[in-house]
Design a protein around this ligand. Sequence first.
Ligand code: ZN
Length: 429
Amino acid sequence: MIPFGRPPRSTAALAALIAGAFVIAAPAPILAQTSAQTSAQPQTAPEAAARALHERLLVLDTHLDTPANLVKPGWSILDRHSATEDGSQVDYPRMVEGGLDGGWWAVYSAQGPLTPEATAASLAVAQARIAAIRALATDHPDKFGLALRAADAAPIAASGRRVVFISMENAYPLTGRPDQVQAFYDQGLRMISLVHFANNELADSATDPAGPRWHGLSPAGRRMAAQANRLGMVIDASHASDDVFDQLIAYSATPIILSHSGPRDVYDHPRNIDDARLRRLAASGGVIQINALGAYLKALPETPERTAALAALRQEFGPAPARTPEQNAAYQTRMRALNQQHPPAQADFEDFIAHLLHALAVVGPRHVGVGADWDGGGGVSGMNDVSALPRITERLLAEGYSEDDLAAIWSGNALRLLKQAEDYAASLK
Ligand SMILES: [Zn+2]
């Protein structure tokens, strides 16, 4: 049986210690232009102070879907792109502009059919994806550093490089392959989620229209969670159903993370989590990282034209799990065109801040962080790419949060969880 979750041993004290350690002792770079701050609008004193603090802090995002861009022919992480041109939100120049020191780069797998052939095909894609993430550090060793332990992050950032932790969104490719869970760990995987938009062989999704299949984790999912604990990986419950969340809190040997989620009491959506569960997450030592994906932040109005175009497109291509990779690529291209013709309504920066402040009010700054879902659907008007991240620091300072709080929010909390996962794995040896 998997042990019950560890009690939070003076989590606040530990967090304060860790947060204090994760301030980067590097000079603040020359103020860069950001979408929040242009040279045409000189900074006010509070803006300048916030910017200086933002640069001092270790700023990490726990859910970067940017690896999907890394494998696009001709797309380079070193070039400055723009969200309006190619839809991308993260690259090296914009990370520098926005003071983003790095984060968890996701090996994402779309949920495919539950057949051995489809699972094997998705494993091959995931293997290519983790290779592309690792190549950030091997191809550009002066700009990126692979982080394998919580303690690796601060020195990498202090040396002026961006931090590359590796996470997995949807463990579908690893179904029935404990050897591959180990192989991905050996390549640097340190955070893992079991399920995405649809139920799979491991766990129920929060958003499967068919409803629950396992009423939580499947036996295989429970075994995989236990293996993740033994190896020293953080378990991520974003996209999982409430039952899965409850069972992970109960069974995981170390605190779990919601790498990109939001509070349901602000916007009632199955991808979000209710306040009672948020409190249980915090009581067990876990962390919620706030998402910036508009459709999870508030109800967005759709025009009849857009609704009709979306329905026609979905009718033409059928449900995602039934599509081939080629059909999926064609669907994405058509979806981009549709978005240009009938732009979706957008949530704005204040909608994101409402989720962040609510979570902070409910569980406090030692249990909240940021996982905006960059390059995976995240981004709001006023914060469309990572160059705008200093706005969050500025806003939290204005709300009265301290430098220690911000150090915890921006990285200390997520790193505390990884350290606990590492310590648990080491205690078994
Ligand atoms: Zn996601």
